[in-house]
Design a protein around this ligand. Structure first.
Ligand SMILES: Nc1ncnc2c1ncn2[C@@H]1O[C@H](COP(=O)(O)OP(=O)(O)O)[C@@H](O)[C@H]1O
Ligand SMILES: CSC[C@H]1O[C@H](OP(=O)(O)O)[C@H](O)[C@@H]1O
Length: 402
């Protein structure tokens, strides 16, 4: 740990802003609130009432906030996050918060305050619709993944970037929490008693475990692009018109399908949860679930369209211009996307870190229905990913569980 590192408090965060940033005037009366609700870090909002100017300070703790000091986690994740935000900002300026400074002593990123946006997960739980989201996130993924892959950048530079974004400790968290612990009786799992029989089925399911092991191997070895690494609906801020992707501290060179699968898997988690929230209005429920499924279809289609466009414009080498190669590449990416979506769903039902869409359902019977549905869809995506023809078939298969 850097000698000068100290976790900030609301008071010291304000002092830091006054001393180090020239955003506010010297006489400004500042206020500060710690607003972090994630599993890992501190997030301070500092603002001045009269000018309505504000700023966000995000600081890594030397451990995971959700567990405490018993789970040490490298502070270097703050560097990875700020550097990934800056790179994503170059590729997709409209879809990324502005980073003003990274403090290497305090592992602190100073960035744009997005409080006029809402975390997408919250919006979806409230049943809101975001007409531009699928297009925006499709573009974000196409640009960030294409231009950091061997297709979209110089191959020597790519390897240098890979070195900069080696992120072993955070990858190990994902390897454990997403791909390993849900498949045995790990101490960190949070298994509600009514789920135990269903969870034990997973532990005994040899096919499922084999397929998850294959996906885990891909996560650990397929250095395809600089992926966000944790692209769930809690890592995205939205308004009706705008989308901003935050929190890339898990970024590393990994399989592209892990990002696309994360977003699709989290939309399906919301789909599984919605009957509990909208039970009293079946028409509204049907409408909203169609919206969620349409979003999934559009997210994949927009990503696909943008990615292929970039490929056609930027790739001139004869080998990588092969149309047959493109087909195989996109098919593999589709299968990875489905497999990782399934893994990301299952881990959220009984692994260490839950998901608000489902955890917020107070009534046990309704929560259990949502959990079982998510487990069944997750398992189907992992096991059937090679047989599923296209995104339309994914939607049909999800619907068939009702
Ligand atoms: N740039 C920002 N503007 C406004 N609020 C933010 C910003 N970044 C994070 N937050 C708030 O802090 C919360 C936690 O941030 P996040 O980056 O997800 O932390 P963690 O890495 O701990 O998961 C978010 O859910 C959001 O409410
Ligand atoms: C002990 S970290 C658990 C979990 O938290 C991260 O997500 P977030 O902080 O965005 O909620 C990541 O998904 C990790 O797997």
């Amino acid at each position: 740990m850097a000698a000068n590192y100290k976790a900030l408090t609301e008071d010291t965060a304000m002092e830091y802003v006054k001393k180090n940033l020239d955003i506010f005037s010297e006489e400004a009366v500042l206020r500060c609130k710690e607003i972090g609700d994630g599993n890992l870090n501190l997030v301070f909002r500092v603002w001045e009432e009269i000018s309505s100017k504000s700023i966000i300070l995000k600081q890594a703790l030397p451990y995971a906030r959700i567990v405490g000091e018993a789970m040490p986690v490298t502070l270097d994740r703050a560097r990875i996050e700020s550097e990934a935000l800056m790179l994503q900002g170059e590729l997709c300026p409209a879809l990324t918060p502005k980073v003003y400074r990274f403090d290497r002593d305090l592992y602190l990123t100073v960035m744009e305050d997005l409080s006029d946006h809402i975390i997408l997960r919250k919006g979806l739980i409230e049943g809101k619709e975001y007409p531009n989201f699928a297009e925006n996130i499709g573009e974000f993924m196409a640009y960030t993944l294409f231009f950091t892959s061997d297709l979209g950048m110089d191959q020597v530079r790519k390897k240098q970037l890979q070195k900069k974004f080696i992120n072993p400790e955070l990858c190990k968290i994902t390897e454990d929490l997403v791909f390993s612990e849900p498949y045995f009786d790990a101490a960190g799992n949070k298994i509600e008693p009514h789920l135990l029989d269903r969870v034990e089925e997973n532990w005994k399911n040899k096919d499922l475990i084999k397929e998850v092991a294959i996906l885990k191997e891909g996560f650990m070895t397929k250095a395809q692009a600089l992926i966000h690494g944790d692209l769930h609906t809690g890592s995205i801020f939205v308004t009706e018109k705008s989308t901003k992707v935050i929190d890339p501290e898990f970024a590393f060179y990994g399989p592209m399908g892990f990002d696309i699968g994360a977003i699709i898997g989290n939309f399906i988690l919301n789909y599984a949860a919605q009957p509990a929230y909208m039970e009293k209005d079946q028409q509204k429920l049907q409408h909203y679930r169609s919206y969620l499924l349409e979003s999934i279809r559009k997210i994949w289609q927009e990503f696909y369209k943008e990615f292929i466009e970039l490929w056609e414009i930027h790739v001139k080498a004869p080998i990588e211009s092969s149309n047959l190669y493109k087909e195989v590449y996109m098919r593999n990416l589709f299968e990875d996307t489905l497999g990782y979506a399934g893994c990301k769903m299952i881990r959220r039902i009984y692994g260490l870190a839950g998901v608000a869409d489902i955890d917020n359902i107070k009534e046990l019977v309704k929560r259990s229905r949502a959990q079982m549905l998510a487990l069944d869809i997750g398992e189907m995506l992992i096991l059937k990913r090679r047989e599923i023809k296209d995104i339309d078939e994914v939607i049909e298969k999800i619907k068939s569980f009702d």
